[in-house]
Design a protein around this ligand. Structure first.
Ligand code: ADP
Ligand code: MG
Length: 709
């Protein structure tokens, strides 16, 4: 058994050892260079070759000392995954000697053949050149394998030869800049004179499933699509609410301990872990970090989960809906806006009525979510999430904001009343001796897709496998837009003679009044809510393909362009990629389904059919009327025939849909023709599974996979 961490001291000793943190830098780089880099991080600007050389040399020394032989630019192309190409430090000097070298040029810029990454027609394949550029605001780190292979990873942005953005990191960084710029204008108008910069904090709660690797390997659907395409429900699911927060089983606990250790070494503050609602489902949440770092970290969390699972002969499923009939997985994106001098602008503090900066950022966020709900919906749209959103386990498809107790504040403002501070209740638990329990500012509302949770907003629609870059890019961009409008309108009023704070407050009230309709504190799962939402004019977007079609609405292109985040061309390329990816994913699922049906299920069910028939004739030979056998045979034969014809229909359909040239039409066909055809195949296969001999079925079942321990 591996030795576990028992002393706090040990954690602090190895925490961050695999990350080129500021503390580590200090050992290799002069203080003046660190200061120079920090200044660049705050205000941007050109990275000089000299400074890049200093950091490159330092990183190389540190990495080699820790066993690294290679470095890589680590980036986030539009595939949704991370990408890396390893180069060794080996180089040949002028005299022909082999040396180890890593220059400022190697660090700050890399070239990647961009033609094999999705670009959505932005670039013809013959224009293959792409660049990766060092993002010095996110620290470099070491990736280790248990065999001692070690690679230095440099977080980078990725763009085409002509500078078009081809990744997820760059828009995020640009959106943070936009929010800083417009947020600072509003902050000054609100009377703040101390803060110099605004940034965004994000904490992503990551849900996932763990299953036994042996089961996983026997299921082509899990291996190729990340979810089960077949499977009758196990006799027990989550109906007893006995999984959530349940005692963590030893095997899972051992996995979590190794995962934490790996993450801590990478400087990721893994904090909370627990069992989730569905059997075999779990969650991990780190302590929040700056949006850009939180995004990089979340990619690493997902990667480490998969890697560490292997070590425990487990497989980690990050798909949004691995199993029918039980909860799927999401990723709550906790988001707050903070100043460089430590003011959380999304914290109402004790007296929100008089906290003008809070009111401004609160109103701007609510207005943004209302006006650009479609963009938020797009940012949470991927095939897997279609199987989850709108059900009773996950946020509904209509976007609204839960604000808890602050609804009264909004009403007070709109009615022109001044705040009567509500004291938070002290909860009394009978006469028992317990520490004082102060009620939270807001209760939890698990049904809301976008909730204000005390001192942050929580966007709950994001899928478990998604990068959080895009949802946060959208949140930052649309809030920046609203802050800009707020500042513009306030400045107009000031020109007309108002004082700054009165003017801002007036604009805040106008914003809240206009966007009050998006606030909903009730039960979002209630069927009445959908009707009410319609009355309020809130849009209901039921699936990805519909969501993608809203991306290029004029107002949406305008906000991205105005805030300097993405151009029309870049958005169009994203739209194409989304559609392509949708169709390709369903095509892989349908192809996997056909393979499993034709090579496993149909033959296996066929064998069982013969067995029932043989059984019937054997009984008959004994001179007994095989009544129940014949009944079973008739039922089985009928379902078997239905399965075979459902498989044939799916198989016939696929080439036509795949050959469709128009990307939108293709995606619509996959959604409206292929998905229903797949559902049919599954229906008959699952019915047969329930009535087939265990051995004959030939694959691990839901009972095996979800209850593996
Ligand atoms: P929940 O109660 O929703 O399960 P937790 O209290 O466990 O949530 O926190 C969820 C996540 O929110 C964590 O990653 C946490 O670090 C993050 N978080 C807490 N405060 C903030 C904040 N001010 N800004 C951004 N994220 C935050
Ligand atoms: Mg939460």
């Amino acid at each position: 058994m591996p030795k576990r961490i028992t002393e706090e001291k040990r954690i602090t000793e190895f925490f961050g050892t695999n990350v080129f943190s500021e503390d580590t830098m200090r050992k290799y780089v002069p203080e003046s260079a660190i200061e120079e880099l920090k200044a660049l991080q705050v205000s941007g600007g050109e990275l000089s070759r000299e400074l890049a050389d200093v950091f490159a040399e330092a990183m190389k020394e540190w990495a080699i000392k820790n066993g690294a032989t290679h470095y890589t630019h680590w980036f986030q192309p539009l595939t949704g995954f991370t990408a890396e190409k390893h180069d060794s430090f080996i180089s040949i000097d002028k005299s022909g000697n082999t040396i180890l070298q890593f220059t400022g040029k190697n660090l700050s810029r890399g070239e990647a053949d961009a033609s094999s990454f999705p670009s959505g027609n932005i670039r013809a394949t013959f224009e293959a050149r792409g660049y990766t550029v060092w993002d010095c605001s996110s620290p470099a780190f070491l990736k280790n394998t248990s065999d001692g292979v070690c690679v230095l990873c440099i977080p980078t942005a990725f763009c085409s030869y002509n500078g078009q953005i081809l990744d997820k990191k760059t828009p995020l960084l640009k959106s943070m800049k936009a929010l800083d710029k417009q947020g600072m204008r509003v902050l000054r108008l609100a009377g703040n004179k101390t803060s110099k910069k605004i940034s965004v904090n994000v904490g992503a709660e990551q849900e996932y499933f763990l299953v036994d690797k042996n089961d996983y390997m026997q299921r082509a659907d899990l291996r190729f699509t990340g979810r089960t395409l077949f499977g009758a429900p196990a006799p027990k699911g989550q109906e007893k609410n006995d999984q959530y927060y349940a005692t963590i089983r030893d095997r899972v606990g051992a996995f979590m301990a190794d995962l934490n250790e790996a993450l801590w070494k990478l400087g990721i503050n893994a904090k909370t872990q627990h069992n989730e609602v569905a059997p075999a489902q779990h969650e991990l949440a780190p302590i929040y970090a700056t949006a850009n770092i939180a995004t990089d970290n979340n990619q690493l969390v997902m990667e480490m989960m998969k890697k560490i699972a292997e070590k425990h002969n487990l497989a980690c499923l990050l798909h949004e809906k691995p199993f029918n009939g039980v909860n799927g997985s999401g990723k709550h994106d906790n988001w707050s806006i903070v100043t460089d001098d430590g003011i959380n602008l999304t914290d109402p503090t004790k007296n929100p009525d008089d906290n003008l900066p809070f009111l401004a950022f609160f109103a701007a966020t609510i207005a943004a979510v209302d006006e650009y709900a479609d963009l938020l919906r797009v940012s949470a749209s991927q095939v897997g999430n279609d199987l989850r959103l709108g059900g009773f386990e996950a946020p509904p498809v209509v976007i609204s904001v839960f604000v808890g107790e602050l609804e009264a504040l909004v009403d007070r403002l709109l009615q022109g009343l001044h705040g009567e501070r509500k004291h938070r209740n002290i909860l009394k638990l009978g006469e028992l001796v317990f520490p004082t329990l102060r009620q939270d500012r807001s209760d939890r509302n698990r049904t809301s897709p976008f909730a204000f949770t005390g001192n942050k907003f929580e966007f709950r629609m994001v899928g478990s496998s998604a990068s959080i870059a895009t949802p946060n890019t959208v949140l930052n961009t649309i809030t920046a837009e609203m802050l800009e409008r707020m500042a513009d309108q306030t400045e107009e009023l000031i020109k007309e003679g108002s004082n700054s704070e009165d003017a801002l407050k007036k604009v805040i009230i106008e914003f809240l009044s206009k966007h009050r309709r998006v606030i909903f504190n009730g039960n979002n799962y209630d069927a009445e809510w959908l009707k009410e939402a319609e009355r309020r004019g809130l849009e209901q977007i039921n699936n990805c393909v519909d969501a993608y079609q809203t991306l290029l609405r004029d107002k949406n292109v305008a906000v991205y362009e105005k805030q300097g985040v993405l151009t029309r061309e870049e958005l169009t390329s994203r739209y194409e990629i989304y559609l392509e990816n949708y169709s390709k994913t369903i095509n892989i699922e349908a192809t996997t389904m056909l393979m499993m049906a034709k090579t496993q299920l149909v033959p296996n069910f066929g064998k069982y059919l013969v067995r029932i028939a043989e059984c019937a004739s054997a009984v008959k030979n004994l001179g007994v009327e095989p009544r129940s056998q014949m009944k079973a045979l008739t039922w089985y034969q009928e379902n078997y025939d239905n399965l075979v014809s459902a498989v044939e229909s799916l198989e016939k359909l696929l080439p036509d849909v795949k050959g469709e040239c128009d990307e939108l039409q293709k995606a619509i066909d996959y959604r409206d023709k292929v998905v229903p055809a797949m559902e049919k195949v599954r229906f008959f296969a699952d019915e047969l599974e329930k009535n087939t001999d265990r051995e004959c079925y030939g694959m691990p079942t839901y009972s095996d996979i979800m209850f593996y321990n």
